[in-house]
Design a binder for this molecule. Structure first.
Ligand code: NAD
Length: 476
C-alpha cells in the first residue's frame, strides 16, 4: 500500500495516524495518507520560517531558475501526474492530461519569469522622493480544494515561492496525491528543504491550526464559502486571498451566435464533471429563443459520454465522494420538488463500464423552467446539473444575474457590441467572458466578489497576497 507522508524540512515525516484516499471511479484504496494535526503544522511552519531568510535573500534570477526547473519536471511527468490526478479526483484524463497538469507547469514558468520583473513605483515631490519596494511576506499557508487540486496548488505555490516566500501547503483530504509528488519534484528541482512543506489531513485538524498559526503571514485559500468565512474568523490579522464558491450566470441573448453559445454553455456546466468553481450553472436564455435552446441543450446533454475517467473519450467522470454524490442527487430531488422541469438526466444510474460500476456517478442533468429563487438556482451544486432560466430583456437578465449571493464568473453571449459591454459592466462578478467560455490568461485578475471571495491572484495581482509593498520616502 502506498503511503503518503508529510513533507517537512525536506524530509518525509510519518503520520501519527493515516486515512485512506479512494479512487472515486472504482472505490479502490489508492493510498494511506498521513493525518496531520497541530504538532505537524507547528513543525512545518517552523521549517518554513527557518528556510525563509535564505530563500528570500537569493537573487531573483537564481530563485527563478529553480522554480523554472520545477515547471520543467512537471512537464516531463505529465502522463504520470495526470493519471494520478484522474485516479484521485475522477476528473477526466482528457482534461487532466491536456489542460490541467500542463497548465500547472505553465504556472511555474510564468511566475519564474515574473519574479525577475517585479517593478515599483515612484512618487516624486519637491521635497521627497517616494519609491516602493516589494518584499516577500514570509511563511504562507496555501490551502487547496479537491476539484482541480494540482492546478490550484501550483497556482499558489508558483507565485508564493517565486516571489521569495516559503510555504506550508495543505491539500484537501480527498485529493492529496499529486501534491505529494509536487513536494518530491520541488526537492529534485533543487528548491531547498523547508521552502515547500506539506501537511496532509482534515480541515479541522490540520487546516485550522495552520490558518491560526502566529508565524503564518498570508493565507491563500481556495475552497467553499462556508470554510472561507470560518478561516477569516479564525485566522486573525493576516493577508488573505479567498477564492470561494460560485453560481455563475451564463446569459444568452436572442441575437447571440446560437452554435457558439450552445457549445460554450454545454462546456461550462459539464466539463470537469460540473465540479468547477466557474461553472456556468445558471443559464439565462432570452424568452424568444428559450424553447428551442432547451431542446438543443438537452439533446447535447443526453449525448455526453459518462464513464471511466481514464478513458480519453469520457466527458463526465464520477463525483469525488459518496457524500458529494448524495449532495448532488439531493439537489436533483429538490429541483423536482420545487417545480422545475426535469428535461434529462436525473436520478437514474448511467450505463457504465465494469471497471467503474461502483463509481459515484450522476447523469448530466438539465432543469428547465427554473425560477432564480429556487434552491437549485441559488446554491452551488458543484455537479453536472444545469438550470435553464428564461428572461425577458436586458434589464431582466441583469436583475436575475445579480440576484445571487455569489459573484465569481459570468458569461454573456450577444452579437450586439454595446449590449455586450453594458451587461459585462453591470454583472456583479470578478470575471466576465463575452462570447466565450472561461479562458485563462495568467496575467488576468482571477477571483470573485460577494460570497465568492476577496483578493485576486494572477500576474501582478498575485502581489496582493504574496508581496508586501513598502514605501520609502527620501528627503531631498
Ligand atoms: P472546502 O471548503 O470543504 O475545503 C477546502 C480546503 O479547506 C480543504 O483542504 C479542507 O481540508 C480545508 N479546510 C476545511 N475546513 C478548514 C478549516 N476550518 N480551516 C482551514 N482549512 C480548512 O472546499 P472543497 O469542498 O474542498 O472544494 C469545493 C469548493 O471550492 C467549492 O465551493 C468551489 O467553488 C470552491 N472552489 C473555488 C475556486 C475559486 O477559484 N474560486 C476554485 C476551485 C474550487
Amino acid at each position: 500500500m502506498t503511503r503518503i507522508d508529510h513533507l517537512i524540512a525536506g524530509k518525509r515525516v510519518a503520520g501519527r495516524d493515516y486515512f485512506e484516499t479512494l479512487n472515486p471511479a472504482t472505490q479502490e484504496v489508492l493510498a494511506e495518507v498521513a493525518a496531520g494535526g497541530e504538532a505537524e503544522v507547528d513543525a512545518a511552519v517552523a521549517a518554513a520560517k527557518e528556510a525563509f531568510p535564505r530563500w528570500a535573500g537569493l537573487p531573483a534570477p537564481q530563485r527563478a531558475r529553480l522554480v523554472r526547473r520545477l515547471g520543467e519536471l512537471i512537464t516531463q511527468h505529465v502522463p504520470e501526474l495526470s493519471r494520478t490526478e484522474t485516479d484521485d479526483t475522477g476528473q477526466v484524463i482528457a482534461q487532466t492530461g491536456k489542460q490541467l497538469v500542463p497548465r500547472a507547469a505553465d504556472n511555474f514558468q510564468y511566475f519564474a519569469e515574473m519574479c525577475t520583473r517585479v517593478d515599483g513605483h515612484t512618487y516624486p515631490t519637491d521635497t521627497h522622493l517616494n519609491y516602493t519596494l516589494f518584499h516577500p511576506v514570509g511563511v504562507c499557508a496555501l490551502i487547496s480544494p479537491w476539484n482541480v487540486p494540482f492546478m490550484t496548488a501550483t497556482w499558489k505555490v508558483a507565485p508564493c515561492l517565486a516571489f521569495g516566500n516559503t510555504a506550508v501547503l495543505k491539500m484537501s483530504e480527498l485529493s492529496p496525491l499529486t501534491a505529494a509528488r509536487l513536494g518530491e519534484l520541488a526537492l529534485e528541482a533543487g528548491i531547498p528543504p523547508g521552502v515547500l512543506n506539506l501537511v496532509h489531513g482534515f480541515g479541522k485538524d490540520a487546516g485550522e491550526p495552520l490558518v491560526r498559526h502566529r508565524d503564518v503571514r498570508a493565507i491563500s485559500f481556495t475552497g467553499s464559502t462556508a470554510t472561507g468565512n470560518r478561516i477569516v474568523k479564525e485566522a486573525g490579522l493576516k493577508k488573505f486571498s479567498m477564492e470561494l464558491g460560485g453560481k455563475s450566470p451564463f446569459v444568452i441573448f436572442d441575437d447571440a451566435d446560437p452554435a457558439r453559445a450552445l457549445d460554450a454553455a454545454v462546456f461550462m456546466i459539464f466539463s470537469n464533471n460540473g465540479e468547477r468553481c466557474t461553472a456556468g450553472s445558471r443559464i439565462l436564455v432570452q424568452q424568444s429563443i428559450y424553447a428551442e435552446f432547451v431542446q438543443k441543450f438537452a439533446e447535447r446533454a443526453r449525448r455526453i459520454t459518462v464513464g471511466d475517467p481514464q478513458d480519453e473519450r469520457t466527458i463526465v467522470g464520477p463525483m469525488i465522494s459518496a457524500g458529494h454524490l448524495a449532495k448532488v442527487r439531493g439537489y436533483i430531488e429538490r429541483g423536482v420538488q420545487e417545480g422545475a422541469t426535469l428535461v434529462c438526466g436525473g436520478l437514474d444510474t448511467p450505463q457504465l463500464p465494469d471497471r467503474v460500476k461502483k463509481g459515484h456517478y450522476v447523469l448530466p442533468t438539465v432543469f428547465a423552467d427554473v425560477d432564480n429563487r429556487m434552491a437549485i438556482a441559488q446554491d452551488e451544486i458543484f455537479g453536472p446539473v444545469a438550470c435553464l432560466i428564461p428572461f425577458k430583456d436586458e434589464a431582466d437578465a441583469i436583475r436575475i444575474a445579480n440576484d445571487i449571493d455569489y459573484g465569481l464568473s459570468s458569461y454573456v453571449f450577444t452579437e450586439n457590441i454595446g449590449r455586450a459591454h453594458r451587461v459585462a459592466a453591470a454583472i456583479e462578478a470578478g470575471m466576465c467572458f463575452v462570447n466565450s467560455q472561461n479562458v485563462r490568461d495568467l496575467r488576468q485578475p482571477f477571483g470573485g466578489t460577494k460570497a465568492s471571495g476577496t483578493g485576486r491572484e494572477g500576474g501582478t495581482w498575485s502581489y496582493e497576497v504574496f508581496l508586501e509593498p513598502k514605501n520609502v520616502a527620501v528627503s531631498l
